[in-house]
Design a protein around this ligand. Sequence first.
Ligand SMILES: [Zn+2]
Ligand SMILES: [Zn+2]
Length: 418
Amino acid sequence: MKVRFLGALGEVGRAAILVETERARILLDYGVKPGDPEPLFPGHVAAKDLDAVIITHAHLDHSGAAPLFMLDGRTKIYATDMTFKLCDLLLRDFLKLSGYYVPYEVLEVEEFIRRGIRVEYGETIRVKDAEITFLDAGHIPGSMQVLINADKTILYTGDFSTRRTRLLRGTNYYPRDVDAIITESTYALTDHPKREELEKDFVKSVREIIDIGGRVLVPAFAVARAQEIMSVLEAYGIRESISLDGMAVKVLNLFLENKEFIDGYQLLYSAAKHVTKIDDRRKRKRAAEKPGIIISPAGMLKGGPAAFYVGRIYDDPYSAIYLVSFQVPGTPGARLLEEGKLTIQGEDVKVKARVKQFLFSAHVGRKELRSYLKRVKSDAKVFVVHGEPEACNDLANYAKEELGLDARVPDKNVVYEI
Ligand SMILES: [Zn+2]
Ligand SMILES: [Zn+2]
C-alpha cells in the first residue's frame, strides 16, 4: 500500500490523502483552507484516476474542494447522509463568500449532493481489492473515521473526539491492529478543560449577566457548537429568552430531522422548544435589544449575524460576549481577547461588555491524542497531519521517542510505502 499527502501538512486546512492499494486508488477528503479572500486548494489529482473519494465530514477543510470531481461525471464520492446535508449548506455559503476564487459552481455542488453515495457507521464497502469501513468519529454529526484494509490496514482518524458531549458520544474505535495510522493533531499541544467544569463555569457566567438584566452574545460555529450550547443551557434549566440566528437555525432543523446522528437528541429537542429562531431583521433588532441570550455565527466574529449583534452590545458594561471556541490568530475574536478591542463600522472601539472565553472543543486534546497512539501496535507507522507545525512535530516526536513508533510529519508529494 502507498500513501501520498496532498494537503493538511503542518496546517489546519485542505485535508487530502491519496491511498493506493495494488488495484484501487482512494482519496480521503478533499478540502480547502478558507483564506482571506482567496482559499487555498490541495494538490491536484485527476478524477479519472480515482476509484473512490471519501469525505470524512462536512467542514470545508475536508469537503471544500470535492465538488471539483463533479466536472468529470463518474467519480464515486462516499460520505454519511448528514455530511452531504451539511455540505449542501456549507458549500453554498462558501461559494457566496469566495465564489470568485473557486473553480466550480452551484451546479457542481448540487451534483455532489445528488450523486453522493450515502454510507453508514459500521458499514464496509468493497472498492476493487480494498475493504473500506466507516466509523463514528465523534467530531460533528455525520463525521467518520476511515479504515482501509487491503494487504495492509490503514486508519485515517479524520477530525475526531473521544469525549462525550451534549450532542455526540465520541468515537468508540481504538486502533489496535493497524499497520499505519494517519492522525489529526489540531490540539496536540493543548489539554482541554474537563467538560463538566467547563459547562458549569459557562452556565454560571451566563447567569451572572442574566441576573442583572443584561444580554449575552455567544458567537458560535453554525455546525454543532451553536446547538451544543443550546443543549448545555437546557441541561442546566436556563430558558430565559434564548435566540438562535443565522445558519445555526438551518443546522438545528437538520439535526432535529435526523435523529440518528444526534446522541443527545431528547435534550436538543427540548432545548429547541425554548429557542426563538431569528429569521428576519425585525426579530434580529428586537433580540439585540432585550435581556437574554443570543447564540449566533460566526464563531470568531468574522461576519455572520454575530457581527451585527456585537455592534449593539460591545459598549454595555452589563452585557457580555462569551466566545465558546479557540480563536484563530488574526480573527476579530482573537483581537477581542488580546486587546479588548473590535472594529465596529470601520472604527476601532474599546469593548465595555464583559468578555470571556470557554474552550469547548470538538477535537481530541493532547492527553487523549497521546493515549490514543499508545494503543497502536509497536511496528505501526504514524503520519501526523492537520495541525500547526509545532503541534504536528510535538506529536510525531512523542510517538517516536516515547512510544518507539515509526512516526513522522509527512512531506508533500513523497510516496510512503506501508
Ligand atoms: Zn472538522
Ligand atoms: Zn479539520
